[in-house]
Design a protein around this ligand. Sequence first.
Ligand SMILES: Nc1ncnc2c1ncn2[C@@H]1O[C@H](COP(=O)(O)OP(=O)(O)O)[C@@H](O)[C@H]1O
Ligand SMILES: NC(=O)OP(=O)(O)O
Length: 313
Amino acid sequence: MTKERIVVALGGNAILSTDASAKAQQAAVMKTCESLVEFVKNDKDLIITHGNGPQVGNLLLQQAAADSKKNPALPLDTCGAMTEGSIGYWFQNSMQETLLKNKINKQVVTLITQTIVDKDDPAFESPTKPIGPFYEEKEVSEVEKAHPDWTIVEDSGRGYRRVVPSPKPIKINEYPVIETVSQAGIIPIVAGGGGIPVVQEGDRLIGKEAVIDKDFSASKIAQLVDADQLIILTSVSGVYYNFGKPDQEEIFDVTADEIQKHIDNDEFAKGSMRPKLEAAVAFVRSTGKSAVIGALDDVKAIIAGDKGTVIHK
Ligand SMILES: Nc1ncnc2c1ncn2[C@@H]1O[C@H](COP(=O)(O)OP(=O)(O)O)[C@@H](O)[C@H]1O
Ligand SMILES: NC(=O)OP(=O)(O)O
């Protein structure tokens, strides 16, 4: 019998809390891997994707601080690749150790992934993806003075952040490699930060200065590799109607058509829950299989079907 194949998308809390040091992020990633190993123990073939918003923004700031003729700042697409490498390394290292601790003989590998986007995607003209640190309202004018080319917006009541363009993925360039690696029983870590945004010009792929939403890339990969389930792990136990209001109500199971009505009615936050739901609906509609949005800490209960919001046909 073939194993179930699961694509897991990991949100910010899987990597970073408040301490952006490598040590703290590696500790968070280790804790995440201790949750993820439950999928492997339950005999599932795992494909891991993750975000990079805080990390790529911090890296750009480091580039700007060091910028000189001898040591020029590197562009956003290259910084995206650097975070695919660095965060991928943390996951590869911690997952390997966790598998060994659990006496599971399996390899893990990070694949630098390029995500093809449309050069005319309107997102290039209107930045929406928050990256890097949060700023307080009183700091904003100072930051704008230091970085006149930045767009800074308020991020879901959590503070102010720089935003960059976030085009939609059309195709995952390396998906045949992802397929081959997964078929070989190896756990691939792919499309970190949504993958490096590239546009196709003849035989060439040209990097673009943008950050793709990892939930959309995870959905695209799950469709391309014919995954049995897309699981989006974040910091809440599930999706709520009227989130944050006294009458909020957790959704345990909903059809793609029903939740689409609520998305169309603009009921979900654009910078957080809406893209996750759109990614889930796209996967369910294209494959007929289900997607789950739930908490990283609830992996065992999600596998048992006891927790998380299930979106199905
Ligand atoms: N309707 C909703 N239901 C549940 N959570 C919501 C909803 N709307 C907004 N949120 C917020 O979205 C957050 C998850 O989005 P985000 O932090 O962007 O995810 P990620 O884990 O990918 O970094 C939750 O922690 C919650 O605060
Ligand atoms: N690229 C991306 O979606 O990153 P975050 O999940 O960290 O926002």
